[in-house]
Ligand binder design. Structure first.
Ligand code: PEP
Ligand code: MN
Length: 337
């Protein structure tokens, strides 16, 4: 519920509303505008009771319910685009932010990949230290050693780090090393994990579940936001359809839909959508043209030898050339890289 105070409301009237909201048992957040103060009440279960108690209070101008089931993620809750600053790089602003790196962190190749990503103009190094794999017999990542390698790559290049956390118990250790916590498609509805990252200060990149509707995805974001972490980045990585020539179907339409419904930034992962390196460039460019705030792309020095997702990983020179094309698209839609 959004409570708008009259322009005549002073500290006393605002305090009174806040106290009443608290007494009823809800949390709130206060926004002081130039002329009016707005109070957002979070997690309302009984709208009528809230209205009955608050509306008669002095200098309350009006009360408007947030109609969407995702409250804090909605544009009704927060009209302006959310901008998230990570070590001086803003996600959700004018710049198209590029995250690139291997699917999984490997000891022998990470530093070279990081150097090349930096040289090509990337902003973040991606790489999984804890890997969710379809098979229990596949490589599951280097764990803490992988996190240490990422931290060393950050030191060497100045790139910020994004890496996945797959279990609630790993949240503190991964958060200690990384700049952005990634929640993978398979964990989009792991509610304990969502709440866990919601209690941290690191921004969270929340991938869309492979069979999740846009509403499911925004409700998952709501779990993180409602725990107090306001820095959520959504990531479209393709959904399951009947099509078999791509690994997933990149839902380009989710970008304008998210931009309409939500204030949260949205990033496109063309790699897990395509499943094949040859298609990655076109999807990356389409994402930027459709309004994505960034891209997360898998790259590798020698994709054939990569421990995971080599088939969809770009060689470094291909990635470098793609960066030039992405820059042109970004400029064409009024943004920069
Ligand atoms: C990844 O980014 O390496 C990954 C596992 O992606 P997703 O969760 O989208 O499948
Ligand atoms: Mn991968």
């Amino acid at each position: 519920m959004i409570i708008t105070m009259s322009y005549e409301a002073g500290k006393k009237e605002i305090e009174r509303v806040k106290a009443k909201v608290q007494e009823i048992g809800y949390k709130y957040k206060v926004f002081h505008g130039e002329t009016k103060t707005v109070i957002h009440v979070i997690g309302v279960t009984d709208r009528d009771k809230l209205r009955a108690e608050i509306e008669p209070l002095p200098k309350v101008e009006n009360m408007v319910p947030i109609m969407q089931p995702f409250k804090m993620a909605s544009r009704e809750f927060h009209a302006a685009d959310t901008e998230i600053d990570v070590n001086g790089v803003t996600i959700g602003g004018n710049k198209v932010v590029i995250m690139a790196g291997p699917c999984a962190v490997e000891e022998g190749t990470l530093f070279e990949i990081a150097e090349e990503v930096k040289q090509a103009g990337g902003h973040f190094l991606r790489g999984g230290a804890f890997k969710p794999r379809t098979s229990p017999y596949s490589f599951h990542g280097l764990g803490k050693k992988g996190l240490e390698l990422l931290a060393e790559a950050r030191k060497r290049t100045g790139l910020s780090i994004i890496t996945e956390v797959i279990s609630e118990t790993d949240v503190p250790i991964v958060a200690d090393y990384t700049d952005i916590l990634q929640i993978g498609a398979r964990n989009m509805q792991n509610f304990a994990l969502l709440k866990g990252v919601g209690r941290m200060n690191n921004p969270v990149l929340l991938k869309r579940g492979m069979s999740a509707s846009i509403e499911d995805w925004l409700m998952a974001a709501e779990y993180i936001l409602s725990e107090g972490n306001r820095n959520v980045i959504l990531c479209e990585r393709g959904i399951k359809t009947f099509e078999r020539y791509t690994r997933n179907t990149l839902d380009i339409s989710s970008i304008p839909v998210i931009k309409h419904l939500s204030h949260l930034p949205v990033v496109v992962d063309p790699s897990h959508a395509a499943g094949y390196w040859r298609y990655v460039g076109a999807l990356a460019k389409a994402g930027v043209a459709a309004g994505a705030d960034g891209l997360i792309i898998e790259v590798h020095t020698d994709p054939m030898q990569a421990v995971s997702d080599g088939k969809q990983s770009l060689k470094l020179d291909t990635f470098n050339a793609l960066m030039g094309e992405i820059r042109n698209i970004a400029v064409a839609v009024g943004r920069n890289l």
